[in-house]
Ligand binder design. Structure first.
Ligand SMILES: Nc1ncnc2c1ncn2[C@@H]1O[C@H](COP(=O)(O)OP(=O)(O)OP(=O)(O)O)[C@@H](O)[C@H]1O
Ligand SMILES: [Mg+2]
Length: 140
């Protein structure tokens, strides 16, 4: 069902940003991407590159406190961090409405089935050492 399509080692922050930028090129409208990885693994760093790859100009900040951020690039990019979200929040925010086949949605710390069911890609970012990470991309 899920197959590994990319596995690479990132040697530093810039590498992860570049990888996000490259990965953005294979995305098409409506794609949903789940990003897994421990605290500080580099999920938001990856999203910075991905946003750049989609032509988003604005600065990407972690949505941990705002929960959800919308950006406009070649398509709309929705950046969600579910770390502090619970099921009630998901309904209140109307997260389901963002799944419209057009928005590209990227989720850090996925906690919800809603996204599991709809995701096209899952990415694991694994901490190896201070500047080294392993990044694995799975496609549904
Ligand atoms: N190879 C690397 N790739 C990505 N980040 C790296 C790398 N090496 C060092 N770093 C540092 O690790 C940190 C990653 O932070 P980032 O906010 O992207 O993590 P995160 O996974 O989003 O964490 P959180 O769970 O808090 O949202 C940054 O300070 C970055 O400079
Ligand atoms: Mg983050």
């Amino acid at each position: 069902m899920e197959r590994e399509i990319i596995r690479k080692i990132s040697e530093n922050e810039a590498d992860t940003i570049n990888f996000g930028l490259e990965f953005a090129k294979i995305l098409t409208q409506g794609d949903i991407v789940i990003l897994n990885g421990d605290l500080g693994a580099g999920k938001t760093t990856f999203v910075k590159g991905l946003a750049k790859g989609l032509g988003v100009d604005s600065h990407i900040k972690s949505p941990t406190f705002v929960l959800i951020k919308e950006y406009q690039g070649s398509t709309r990019l929705i950046h969600v961090d579910t770390y502090r979200l619970d099921e009630v929040d998901v309904e209140e925010i109307g997260l389901e409405d963002y799944i419209d086949g057009k928005n590209i949605i990227i989720i850090e710390w996925n906690k919800f089935n809603l996204f599991n069911e709809n995701a096209n890609y899952k990415i694991d970012i694994k901490y190896i050492s201070e500047n080294k990470r392993e990044i694995i991309v799975y496609k549904k």
